[in-house]
Design a protein around this ligand. Structure first.
Ligand SMILES: *[C@@H]1O[C@H](CO)[C@@H](O)[C@H](O)[C@H]1NC(C)=O
Ligand SMILES: *[C@@H]1O[C@H](CO)[C@@H](O)[C@H](O)[C@H]1NC(C)=O
Ligand SMILES: *[C@@H]1O[C@H](CO)[C@@H](O)[C@H](O)[C@H]1NC(C)=O
Length: 407
């Protein structure tokens, strides 16, 4: 009798999991590291189900993590010259003269994982192993990274989870294995637990809050290493102009478009803390904001680096959706389509006394004119639909009495 019970218990979860594969998204928790303000998720990999915290990198081409202490008997390096190496766009063959272990093998498909916090590209090898993300995903491709190159990551994180538009991005592999529609959504929590969701889109309750804008392709790669002719794998949107309190900034249109060298335009980055604007946009932007704030009786104070416009916290009123300050709109193509940035996303509280406009100067010669950063994404629901090549976005959920940790 006992063995009968065991087998029933054993079978049951498997049946439930396989029945749910087709319809439900794969979801992972998102947490914010308070010290670095990086957003990370937790995955399990390999035969020992090692728990690995990985920082979410929307512009990263693949998953990488440190394999120095990784033990798994289902680990396999990707051989150079193999079909998988080609799909991964592996570069050459790498070897290793130390005792063999995960991350140290010969004749391995070369990977170039990038640590953006160190601005360092490292020569490593591609490998595959089983990923456990609610369901078992065998032969999941990733790159190892030597532990010496983890500096800058949130404490406890040993890798990065890349969500760019590549064949081996985290979401592309997951949808491929489970035959799900090629979509994923991100909801970065200001506190509590948010969600990375892969596969079928949001339910009707969220869907009705979303606006849609096309994702556009930058014709020139923005990764530190690439082959001539490769487009960028990052996500660009076609911001046409910026409004502060309803008034459009007077800025040359050319900054907002992407030229034939891939310069200009607007992308979304989850590794930048704050939105960075080309200096020729930043200057009129801060001027307009300070003026509109003054009209609301908000008092300017001396600026605190890296910000250029700061205010006395006492002079700013608050409501449940954050500080009441001038609205900022990123104006998008189509009639009346814009991404509204409210106080909770535009302002940064430095201390009790000082609150600053949380945008930074991108310099006078940036590759990309507008880089939307993580602070501006908090408590905004973002769905990347790669079937239709569209971004669907909510603006601040706080204005709807919702948040990424209460969806
Ligand atoms: C982001 O903010 C955190 C906390 O303020 C800081 O430690 C980190 O250096 C910042 N990173 C960047 C790239 O500005
Ligand atoms: C790689 O090959 C070299 C030369 O044959 C050998 O000395 C070395 O031990 C090998 N490394 C691994 C990790 O197997
Ligand atoms: C906001 O939502 C919470 C639960 O999610 C609810 O208890 C509360 O009454 C709501 N507040 C308003 C103003 O609707």
């Amino acid at each position: 009798m006992a063995s009968f019970h065991y087998s029933l218990l054993f079978l049951l979860p498997i049946l439930i999991i396989s029945a749910s594969n087709a319809q439900t998204p794969i979801t992972l928790p998102i947490q914010k590291d308070p010290k670095t303000t990086q957003f990370y998720t937790t995955i399990q990999m390999g035969s020992n189900r090692a728990t690995i915290n990985t920082v979410i990198d929307l512009g990263g081409p693949f998953l990488w993590f440190s394999c120095n202490d990784y033990v798994s008997n289902t680990y396999a390096p990707i051989p150079c010259g193999s079909a998988k190496c080609e799909v991964a766009k592996g570069i050459g063959c790498v070897g290793c003269n130390l005792p063999p272990r995960p991350g140290c093998t010969n004749d391995t498909c070369g990977a170039s994982p990038y640590n953006p916090y160190l601005d360092m590209l490292v020569s490593q090898g591609f490998a595959e192993d089983t990923l456990y993300a609610k369901n078992r995903v065998p032969q999941f491709l990733f790159s190892c990274m030597d532990k010496d190159f983890l500096e800058g990551l949130a404490s406890g994180a040993t890798g990065m989870l890349g969500l760019a538009r590549t064949e081996i991005s985290f979401h592309k592999q997951v949808v491929g294995k489970f035959n799900l529609p090629h979509k994923f959504s991100l909801c970065f929590p200001s506190s509590g637990i948010g969600k990375l969701s892969i596969g079928p889109g949001s339910g009707p309750a969220i869907s009705k809050l979303l606006k849609t804008t096309p994702l556009i392709i930058n014709p020139v790669s923005t990764y530190p290493i690439y082959v001539t002719g490769d487009p960028s794998d990052e996500y660009f949107i076609d911001v046409k102009s910026i409004r502060v309190n309803g008034e459009e900034l007077s800025v040359k249109n050319s900054y907002f478009s992407i030229d034939e060298n891939g310069v200009g335009g607007t992308k979304i980055s989850t590794i930048r803390n704050f939105t960075a604007l080309h200096n020729s946009i930043y200057k009129p932007f801060t001027r307009a904001f300070v003026k509109a704030a003054a009209n609301m009786k908000i008092k300017s104070v001396a600026a605190v680096n890296p910000f250029r416009a700061c205010f006395s916290s006492d002079s700013i009123s608050k409501n449940p959706s954050g500080p009441l300050v001038p609205d900022i709109d990123l104006v998008l193509p189509g009639k009346d389509v814009y991404w509204r940035i409210k106080g909770a996303n535009s302002m940064v509280e430095i201390d009790r006394k000082i609150t600053c406009l949380g945008f930074v100067d991108g310099g006078s010669n940036p590759r990309t004119s507008v880089v939307i950063g993580a602070h501006q994404l908090e408590d905004n629901f973002l769905e990347f639909d790669l079937v239709k090549s569209q971004l669907r976005f909510s603006s601040s959920l706080l204005t709807q009495n919702k948040s990424c940790s209460r969806l």
